[in-house]
Design a protein. Structure first.
Length: 131
């Protein structure tokens, strides 16, 4: 039987260094690869520490259409969901690091969650699933 998995999601950014700093130094993601490519591009892949699921390919915008999409790849909706095993720990650490939360933590039937914004304007859920 075939086996498939989603392993990379492209996230358009304005600058590789800013993106790597935010995702790795502030959110604590691992940098899986940062390889120079032709024309000044880089293959920059980051992933939450110890996490399962897809990694992010941080892709610098190329052209006016991509620049306009920075921070709004999902039309203003939450487009990324960061699962944690300890909401209080990560929420406090992100606040201390200057991450912008757009709401107070809330408890839903599916878990504890709060929406935060990355430095580009993309909306994320920080979520600890119930149970």
């Amino acid at each position: 039987m075939p086996s498939q998995s989603l392993f990379l999601v492209a996230l358009v950014v304005d600058d590789y260094a800013r993106a790597r700093n935010f995702y790795c130094d502030i959110l604590g993601f691992d940098c899986l690869e940062d390889t120079p490519q032709p024309d000044g591009k880089r293959w920059l892949v980051v992933k939450p520490k110890g996490g399962e699921g897809a990694a992010l390919l941080l892709a610098r915008a190329d052209g006016a259409d991509q620049v306009r999409a920075i921070g709004n790849q999902t039309g203003g909706r939450v487009g990324f969901f960061l699962k944690t095993d300890d909401f209080a720990r990560d929420h406090a650490a992100y606040l201390a690091a200057g991450v912008t939360f757009l709401e107070a933590p809330r408890h839903e039937p599916y878990g504890t969650v709060a929406v935060f914004q990355d430095i580009f304007g993309n909306r994320w859920d920080l979520i600890q699933p119930a149970g």
